[in-house]
Design a protein around this ligand. Structure first.
Ligand SMILES: NC(=O)C1=CN([C@@H]2O[C@H](COP(=O)(O)OP(=O)(O)OC[C@H]3O[C@@H](n4cnc5c(N)ncnc54)[C@H](OP(=O)(O)O)[C@@H]3O)[C@@H](O)[C@H]2O)C=CC1
Ligand SMILES: O=C[C@H](O)[C@@H](O)[C@@H](O)[C@H](O)C(=O)O
Length: 311
Protein backbone atom coordinates (compact mmCIF):
# COMPACT_ATOMS: atom_id res chain seq x y z
CA UNK A 1 0.00 0.00 0.00
CA UNK A 2 2.79 2.40 0.91
CA UNK A 3 4.18 2.59 -2.58
CA UNK A 4 0.82 2.99 -4.34
CA UNK A 5 0.80 5.86 -6.85
CA UNK A 6 -1.68 7.59 -9.12
CA UNK A 7 -1.06 8.88 -12.64
CA UNK A 8 -1.55 12.64 -12.93
CA UNK A 9 -2.90 14.36 -16.05
CA UNK A 10 0.68 15.47 -16.84
CA UNK A 11 1.93 11.88 -16.93
CA UNK A 12 3.74 12.00 -13.58
CA UNK A 13 3.13 9.46 -10.83
CA UNK A 14 2.07 10.89 -7.47
CA UNK A 15 2.26 8.80 -4.29
CA UNK A 16 -0.97 7.99 -2.46
CA UNK A 17 0.33 9.23 0.90
CA UNK A 18 2.64 12.06 1.86
CA UNK A 19 4.07 13.82 4.90
CA UNK A 20 2.63 17.24 5.75
CA UNK A 21 4.88 19.95 7.17
CA UNK A 22 2.55 22.79 8.17
CA UNK A 23 3.18 23.79 11.81
CA UNK A 24 6.07 21.33 12.01
CA UNK A 25 8.53 23.25 14.11
CA UNK A 26 12.02 23.97 12.93
CA UNK A 27 14.07 21.64 15.09
CA UNK A 28 11.55 18.83 14.63
CA UNK A 29 10.76 18.83 10.95
CA UNK A 30 14.26 17.97 9.70
CA UNK A 31 14.18 14.67 11.59
CA UNK A 32 10.53 14.10 10.65
CA UNK A 33 11.41 14.27 6.97
CA UNK A 34 14.26 11.79 7.41
CA UNK A 35 12.04 9.50 9.48
CA UNK A 36 9.28 9.64 6.88
CA UNK A 37 11.56 8.85 3.97
CA UNK A 38 13.10 5.99 5.96
CA UNK A 39 9.60 4.67 6.66
CA UNK A 40 8.72 4.64 2.97
CA UNK A 41 7.02 7.99 2.32
CA UNK A 42 7.87 9.33 -1.12
CA UNK A 43 5.92 12.61 -1.01
CA UNK A 44 6.70 15.65 1.13
CA UNK A 45 4.19 18.51 1.14
CA UNK A 46 5.80 21.91 1.76
CA UNK A 47 4.94 25.58 1.39
CA UNK A 48 6.78 28.89 1.45
CA UNK A 49 4.23 30.12 3.96
CA UNK A 50 5.14 27.39 6.47
CA UNK A 51 8.43 29.16 7.16
CA UNK A 52 10.30 25.87 7.59
CA UNK A 53 11.43 24.97 4.07
CA UNK A 54 15.09 25.43 5.12
CA UNK A 55 14.72 22.66 7.68
CA UNK A 56 12.69 20.47 5.33
CA UNK A 57 15.51 20.91 2.83
CA UNK A 58 18.05 19.85 5.46
CA UNK A 59 16.00 16.71 6.10
CA UNK A 60 15.93 15.95 2.38
CA UNK A 61 19.68 16.53 2.14
CA UNK A 62 20.26 14.19 5.11
CA UNK A 63 18.16 11.49 3.46
CA UNK A 64 19.99 11.88 0.15
CA UNK A 65 23.43 11.80 1.78
CA UNK A 66 22.52 8.79 3.94
CA UNK A 67 21.39 6.91 0.83
CA UNK A 68 17.78 6.56 2.07
CA UNK A 69 16.39 7.93 -1.21
CA UNK A 70 17.56 9.66 -4.34
CA UNK A 71 16.15 13.04 -5.34
CA UNK A 72 14.27 11.54 -8.28
CA UNK A 73 12.51 9.08 -5.97
CA UNK A 74 10.82 11.78 -3.89
CA UNK A 75 7.81 13.81 -5.00
CA UNK A 76 8.26 17.27 -3.52
CA UNK A 77 5.32 19.67 -3.48
CA UNK A 78 5.50 23.36 -2.66
CA UNK A 79 3.11 26.27 -2.97
CA UNK A 80 3.11 29.88 -4.11
CA UNK A 81 2.03 31.94 -1.12
CA UNK A 82 -0.66 34.64 -1.40
CA UNK A 83 1.82 37.55 -1.34
CA UNK A 84 3.54 36.02 -4.40
CA UNK A 85 0.58 35.32 -6.69
CA UNK A 86 1.69 38.15 -9.02
CA UNK A 87 5.32 36.92 -8.68
CA UNK A 88 5.01 33.15 -9.01
CA UNK A 89 8.51 32.69 -10.44
CA UNK A 90 10.01 34.51 -7.47
CA UNK A 91 7.90 32.47 -5.04
CA UNK A 92 9.13 29.25 -6.61
CA UNK A 93 12.72 30.50 -6.64
CA UNK A 94 12.60 31.27 -2.92
CA UNK A 95 11.20 27.85 -2.08
CA UNK A 96 13.80 26.09 -4.22
CA UNK A 97 16.59 28.03 -2.52
CA UNK A 98 15.32 27.11 0.95
CA UNK A 99 14.70 23.50 0.04
CA UNK A 100 18.12 23.26 -1.62
CA UNK A 101 16.56 21.72 -4.73
CA UNK A 102 16.91 22.31 -8.46
CA UNK A 103 13.23 21.56 -9.07
CA UNK A 104 10.03 20.54 -7.34
CA UNK A 105 7.63 17.95 -8.68
CA UNK A 106 4.52 20.04 -8.17
CA UNK A 107 3.90 23.72 -7.53
CA UNK A 108 0.47 24.74 -6.26
CA UNK A 109 -1.27 28.09 -5.95
CA UNK A 110 -1.76 27.98 -2.17
CA UNK A 111 -4.96 30.09 -2.03
CA UNK A 112 -6.71 31.85 -4.93
CA UNK A 113 -6.09 35.45 -3.94
CA UNK A 114 -3.45 38.17 -3.70
CA UNK A 115 -2.20 39.70 -0.46
CA UNK A 116 -0.35 42.97 -0.83
CA UNK A 117 3.16 42.20 -2.16
CA UNK A 118 4.25 45.62 -0.94
CA UNK A 119 2.54 45.38 2.42
CA UNK A 120 4.04 45.48 5.90
CA UNK A 121 5.00 41.80 6.04
CA UNK A 122 6.40 39.29 3.55
CA UNK A 123 3.79 36.63 4.36
CA UNK A 124 1.00 38.17 6.42
CA UNK A 125 0.69 41.88 5.56
CA UNK A 126 -1.94 43.62 7.66
CA UNK A 127 -3.91 46.84 7.39
CA UNK A 128 -3.84 49.32 10.28
CA UNK A 129 -7.14 47.83 11.52
CA UNK A 130 -5.50 44.40 11.86
CA UNK A 131 -7.24 42.78 8.87
CA UNK A 132 -5.20 41.00 6.23
CA UNK A 133 -4.02 43.34 3.48
CA UNK A 134 -5.71 41.87 0.43
CA UNK A 135 -5.71 43.22 -3.13
CA UNK A 136 -9.31 42.50 -4.04
CA UNK A 137 -9.01 43.61 -7.68
CA UNK A 138 -6.66 40.68 -8.43
CA UNK A 139 -8.05 37.95 -10.70
CA UNK A 140 -6.88 34.46 -9.73
CA UNK A 141 -6.95 33.44 -13.41
CA UNK A 142 -3.99 35.79 -13.96
CA UNK A 143 -2.02 33.80 -11.37
CA UNK A 144 -2.76 30.62 -13.26
CA UNK A 145 -1.48 32.18 -16.50
CA UNK A 146 1.84 32.80 -14.69
CA UNK A 147 1.90 29.23 -13.40
CA UNK A 148 1.51 27.95 -16.96
CA UNK A 149 4.54 30.00 -18.05
CA UNK A 150 6.65 28.46 -15.28
CA UNK A 151 6.48 24.97 -16.75
CA UNK A 152 8.87 25.96 -19.54
CA UNK A 153 11.59 26.87 -17.01
CA UNK A 154 11.95 23.27 -15.85
CA UNK A 155 11.98 24.22 -12.17
CA UNK A 156 8.68 22.52 -11.50
CA UNK A 157 7.50 19.38 -13.23
CA UNK A 158 3.83 20.11 -12.71
CA UNK A 159 1.40 22.81 -11.63
CA UNK A 160 -1.81 22.74 -9.70
CA UNK A 161 -4.06 24.60 -7.31
CA UNK A 162 -5.10 24.42 -3.70
CA UNK A 163 -8.23 25.56 -1.89
CA UNK A 164 -10.19 25.82 -5.13
CA UNK A 165 -13.95 25.49 -4.77
CA UNK A 166 -16.19 24.31 -7.60
CA UNK A 167 -17.08 27.94 -8.27
CA UNK A 168 -13.44 28.99 -8.56
CA UNK A 169 -12.55 26.01 -10.75
CA UNK A 170 -15.42 26.88 -13.06
CA UNK A 171 -14.02 30.40 -13.35
CA UNK A 172 -10.52 29.09 -14.06
CA UNK A 173 -10.98 26.14 -16.39
CA UNK A 174 -12.34 27.97 -19.47
CA UNK A 175 -9.14 30.07 -19.47
CA UNK A 176 -6.67 27.30 -18.66
CA UNK A 177 -4.29 26.12 -21.37
CA UNK A 178 -2.87 23.65 -18.84
CA UNK A 179 -5.44 21.89 -16.67
CA UNK A 180 -4.26 21.86 -13.04
CA UNK A 181 -2.76 18.46 -12.22
CA UNK A 182 -4.00 18.65 -8.63
CA UNK A 183 -6.44 20.47 -6.36
CA UNK A 184 -5.29 20.21 -2.73
CA UNK A 185 -8.27 20.69 -0.40
CA UNK A 186 -9.32 20.04 3.16
CA UNK A 187 -10.98 16.65 3.12
CA UNK A 188 -12.25 14.14 5.69
CA UNK A 189 -15.62 12.57 6.51
CA UNK A 190 -16.79 15.78 8.22
CA UNK A 191 -15.94 17.78 5.08
CA UNK A 192 -16.29 15.47 2.06
CA UNK A 193 -16.45 18.36 -0.46
CA UNK A 194 -18.05 15.92 -2.88
CA UNK A 195 -19.01 18.60 -5.42
CA UNK A 196 -15.33 19.53 -5.83
CA UNK A 197 -14.15 15.92 -5.85
CA UNK A 198 -16.71 15.06 -8.56
CA UNK A 199 -15.82 18.05 -10.75
CA UNK A 200 -12.10 17.33 -10.40
CA UNK A 201 -12.64 13.71 -11.35
CA UNK A 202 -14.59 14.76 -14.44
CA UNK A 203 -11.81 17.18 -15.47
CA UNK A 204 -8.89 14.85 -14.67
CA UNK A 205 -7.68 16.87 -11.67
CA UNK A 206 -6.27 14.73 -8.86
CA UNK A 207 -7.34 15.45 -5.28
CA UNK A 208 -4.77 15.83 -2.52
CA UNK A 209 -6.62 15.65 0.79
CA UNK A 210 -5.25 17.86 3.56
CA UNK A 211 -5.96 17.89 7.30
CA UNK A 212 -7.23 14.28 7.11
CA UNK A 213 -7.14 13.97 10.90
CA UNK A 214 -8.89 17.32 11.35
CA UNK A 215 -5.62 19.28 11.65
CA UNK A 216 -4.03 20.32 14.95
CA UNK A 217 -4.58 17.70 17.64
CA UNK A 218 -6.50 15.41 15.26
CA UNK A 219 -10.10 16.12 16.34
CA UNK A 220 -11.50 13.72 13.70
CA UNK A 221 -9.81 10.81 15.48
CA UNK A 222 -12.65 10.66 18.00
CA UNK A 223 -15.58 10.91 15.56
CA UNK A 224 -17.87 8.02 16.50
CA UNK A 225 -18.27 6.39 13.04
CA UNK A 226 -14.50 6.57 12.52
CA UNK A 227 -13.92 4.85 15.86
CA UNK A 228 -16.48 2.16 14.98
CA UNK A 229 -14.85 1.37 11.63
CA UNK A 230 -11.45 1.27 13.37
CA UNK A 231 -12.76 -1.18 15.99
CA UNK A 232 -14.17 -3.44 13.28
CA UNK A 233 -10.68 -3.72 11.75
CA UNK A 234 -8.81 -3.82 15.06
CA UNK A 235 -7.11 -0.67 13.79
CA UNK A 236 -6.58 2.85 15.04
CA UNK A 237 -8.82 5.75 13.95
CA UNK A 238 -5.88 7.42 12.15
CA UNK A 239 -5.63 4.42 9.83
CA UNK A 240 -9.32 4.75 8.94
CA UNK A 241 -9.11 8.50 8.31
CA UNK A 242 -6.09 8.12 6.03
CA UNK A 243 -7.36 5.02 4.21
CA UNK A 244 -10.68 6.77 3.48
CA UNK A 245 -8.87 8.87 0.84
CA UNK A 246 -7.21 5.90 -0.78
CA UNK A 247 -10.66 4.35 -1.16
CA UNK A 248 -11.78 7.61 -2.81
CA UNK A 249 -8.85 7.57 -5.26
CA UNK A 250 -7.16 10.58 -3.65
CA UNK A 251 -3.71 11.27 -2.26
CA UNK A 252 -3.65 12.00 1.48
CA UNK A 253 -1.13 14.11 3.38
CA UNK A 254 -0.79 13.64 7.11
CA UNK A 255 1.39 15.80 9.31
CA UNK A 256 3.32 14.46 12.25
CA UNK A 257 6.65 15.19 13.86
CA UNK A 258 6.31 12.16 16.15
CA UNK A 259 8.41 9.25 14.81
CA UNK A 260 5.99 6.48 15.92
CA UNK A 261 3.04 8.29 14.33
CA UNK A 262 4.95 9.00 11.14
CA UNK A 263 5.64 5.27 10.81
CA UNK A 264 2.19 4.19 11.99
CA UNK A 265 0.44 6.48 9.50
CA UNK A 266 2.02 4.76 6.53
CA UNK A 267 2.33 1.23 7.94
CA UNK A 268 -1.26 0.67 9.03
CA UNK A 269 -3.24 1.73 5.95
CA UNK A 270 -6.32 -0.41 5.40
CA UNK A 271 -8.47 -1.59 2.51
CA UNK A 272 -11.81 -0.13 3.61
CA UNK A 273 -14.76 -2.11 2.27
CA UNK A 274 -18.11 -0.92 0.93
CA UNK A 275 -19.74 -1.21 4.36
CA UNK A 276 -17.03 0.97 5.95
CA UNK A 277 -17.33 3.62 3.26
CA UNK A 278 -21.12 3.53 3.57
CA UNK A 279 -20.84 4.24 7.30
CA UNK A 280 -18.45 7.15 6.73
CA UNK A 281 -20.53 8.49 3.83
CA UNK A 282 -23.71 8.27 5.93
CA UNK A 283 -21.94 10.32 8.60
CA UNK A 284 -20.98 12.94 5.96
CA UNK A 285 -24.55 13.01 4.68
CA UNK A 286 -25.95 13.44 8.17
CA UNK A 287 -23.59 16.35 8.94
CA UNK A 288 -24.51 17.94 5.60
CA UNK A 289 -28.24 17.62 6.33
CA UNK A 290 -27.83 19.07 9.82
CA UNK A 291 -25.56 21.91 8.64
CA UNK A 292 -22.79 20.56 10.88
CA UNK A 293 -19.95 20.06 8.41
CA UNK A 294 -16.61 20.95 9.98
CA UNK A 295 -13.96 23.00 8.20
CA UNK A 296 -10.93 23.17 10.45
CA UNK A 297 -8.72 25.36 8.22
CA UNK A 298 -10.27 28.64 7.14
CA UNK A 299 -7.77 31.49 7.53
CA UNK A 300 -9.20 34.97 8.19
CA UNK A 301 -8.77 36.33 4.66
CA UNK A 302 -12.29 37.75 4.66
CA UNK A 303 -12.77 36.43 1.12
CA UNK A 304 -15.65 34.28 -0.16
CA UNK A 305 -13.85 31.36 -1.83
CA UNK A 306 -17.15 29.78 -2.90
CA UNK A 307 -17.24 26.82 -0.51
CA UNK A 308 -20.92 26.00 0.11
CA UNK A 309 -20.37 25.58 3.87
CA UNK A 310 -18.86 29.09 4.06
CA UNK A 311 -20.62 31.04 1.29
N1 LIG B 1 -3.08 23.65 1.09
C1 LIG B 1 -3.43 24.08 2.28
O1 LIG B 1 -3.96 25.20 2.45
C2 LIG B 1 -3.22 23.21 3.45
C3 LIG B 1 -2.35 22.15 3.36
N2 LIG B 1 -2.13 21.35 4.45
C4 LIG B 1 -1.15 20.25 4.31
O2 LIG B 1 -1.72 19.05 4.82
C5 LIG B 1 -0.92 18.57 5.89
C6 LIG B 1 -1.76 17.80 6.90
O3 LIG B 1 -2.74 18.60 7.48
P1 LIG B 1 -2.64 19.22 8.95
O4 LIG B 1 -3.55 20.40 8.98
O5 LIG B 1 -1.24 19.43 9.30
O6 LIG B 1 -3.29 18.18 9.92
P2 LIG B 1 -3.48 16.60 10.08
O7 LIG B 1 -4.90 16.30 9.85
O8 LIG B 1 -2.44 15.86 9.30
O9 LIG B 1 -3.23 16.43 11.65
C7 LIG B 1 -2.02 16.74 12.24
C8 LIG B 1 -2.19 16.56 13.75
O10 LIG B 1 -2.47 15.19 14.06
C9 LIG B 1 -1.45 14.67 14.90
N3 LIG B 1 -1.24 13.27 14.47
C10 LIG B 1 -0.61 12.83 13.36
N4 LIG B 1 -0.67 11.50 13.25
C11 LIG B 1 -1.34 11.05 14.34
C12 LIG B 1 -1.70 9.76 14.81
N5 LIG B 1 -1.39 8.65 14.13
N6 LIG B 1 -2.40 9.68 15.96
C13 LIG B 1 -2.72 10.78 16.67
N7 LIG B 1 -2.40 12.04 16.27
C14 LIG B 1 -1.72 12.17 15.11
C15 LIG B 1 -0.25 15.57 14.74
O11 LIG B 1 0.53 15.61 15.90
P3 LIG B 1 2.14 15.48 15.97
O12 LIG B 1 2.73 16.20 14.81
O13 LIG B 1 2.45 16.14 17.27
O14 LIG B 1 2.44 14.01 15.96
C16 LIG B 1 -0.94 16.92 14.51
O15 LIG B 1 -1.35 17.50 15.73
C17 LIG B 1 -0.25 19.83 6.43
O16 LIG B 1 0.81 19.58 7.29
C18 LIG B 1 0.11 20.52 5.14
O17 LIG B 1 1.25 19.92 4.56
C19 LIG B 1 -2.83 21.53 5.62
C20 LIG B 1 -3.70 22.57 5.78
C21 LIG B 1 -3.95 23.52 4.70
O1 LIG C 1 -1.46 25.24 4.31
C1 LIG C 1 -1.92 25.52 5.38
C2 LIG C 1 -2.81 26.65 5.58
O2 LIG C 1 -3.43 27.02 4.38
C3 LIG C 1 -2.01 27.79 6.12
O3 LIG C 1 -1.00 28.08 5.23
C4 LIG C 1 -2.84 29.00 6.35
O4 LIG C 1 -3.86 28.67 7.24
C5 LIG C 1 -2.02 30.12 6.92
O5 LIG C 1 -1.43 29.73 8.12
C6 LIG C 1 -2.88 31.35 7.10
O6 LIG C 1 -3.06 31.75 8.26
O7 LIG C 1 -3.37 31.85 6.10
Amino acid sequence: MATKTYKLNNGLDIPAIGLGTWQSAPGAVRQAVVEALRAGYRLIDCAYCYGNEDEVGQGLADAFSQGIVKREEVFVVTKVWATYTTRCALGLEKSLKSLGLEYVDLLLVHWPLLMNPEGNDDRFPKLPNGERDIIRSHNHVDTWKQMEQLLALGKTKGIGVSNYSKRYLEQLLPHATVIPAVNQIENHPALPQQEIVDLCKEKGIHIMAYSPLGSTGGPMLTAEPVVQVAEKHGAKPAAVLLSYHLARGSTVIAKSVTPERIRENIDTLLELDAEDMQKLNDYSAQLTREGKLQRFVYPPFGVDFGFPDKS
